[in-house]
Design a protein. Structure first.
Length: 264
């Protein structure tokens, strides 16, 4: 008995509710690869190349919909994958830009499932069934992914360090403040900080605060109480606890130790 092979559709959408809705609507007929950011999407292609891609334009840093489209269309291994843009932007210039870059179609949110379903079927019906057109070696795909990740990590570090510097003196910083300033979801932020630095964003910020505290105390610029408040600690005892945990002695003992070294 012959069974029709299920096609695979990748949906790149950072609105989790909308992503879930599209996935539910299409999953009866298609295998769905769902992701919320462009970096994840490009990594996923290394595992499974989709037959069609739905992309939202306004995706989080560093890859918006237009950036992903450029990457895919400039690579001969991806260039023939049909792409439909989805966006709440009805600006004719944006629509034209997407189509000029190589998008096959464009849907303005909110759109009907019937329209989406027909557009998908129309595009897939014209797609070549010759799978060799879409073969890509693991070596080439790994190189592409590594190059993208390398550029992203550099941009991420530069932006993250600037955000940390802007928050280092602030009291009561939350992970949500971090994610807003980085223009990415909390989960994506935590995943990349863990990958690059090996710790959480909040732990990294605290370490930077304590490094700055150590510098101020060593230079004897201000006393322990003032250091704690300058660096955004609402509680002096908590600051002392964190400092001792990192440096093995209390801030006061640390300051007196370095004062004795200068006098010796």
């Amino acid at each position: 008995m012959n069974y029709k092979k299920r096609r695979t559709i990748m949906v790149i959408e950072d609105d989790t509710d909308f992503l879930h809705c599209v996935k539910q609507m299409l999953s009866d007929e298609y295998d769905i690869i769902a992701t919320g950011d462009g970096v994840n999407a490009l990594e996923s292609i290394n595992v499974r190349i989709p037959d069609l891609i739905l992309i939202d334009i306004l995706l989080p840093f560093p890859l918006d919909g237009f950036s992903i489209l450029r990457i895919l269309k400039c690579n001969p291994n991806y260039a023939n994958i049909p792409i439909i843009f989805m966006s709440g932007l009805s600006d004719e210039k944006k629509i034209t830009e997407g189509l000029e870059l190589g998008a096959n179609d464009y849907l303005v949110k909110p759109f009907s499932f019937k329209h989406l379903y027909l557009k998908i079927n129309n595009l897939l019906s014209f797609k070549s069934t010759d799978s060799s057109d879409y073969q890509i070696t693991n070596e080439l795909m790994s190189k592409i992914t590594n190059d993208i990740n390398g550029r992203f990590e550099l941009e991420f570090k530069n932006k993250f360090d600037k955000v940390v510097e802007s928050l280092v003196d602030e009291p009561s910083v939350s992970i949500n403040v971090f994610s807003e300033k980085m223009s990415m979801s909390v989960s994506t932020l935590e995943r990349w900080v863990s990958k690059i630095y090996g710790i959480t964003p909040m732990k990294y910020l605290q370490d930077i605060k304590l490094v700055k505290a150590e510098m101020l105390l060593r230079q004897k610029q201000i006393n322990v109480k003032d250091v704690s408040f300058v660096l955004g600690y609402n509680s002096v005892p908590y600051f002392c606890f964190c400092f001792k945990k990192k440096y093995g002695m209390s801030p006061k003992a640390f300051s007196e130790y370095h004062k004795m070294k200068v006098l010796a």
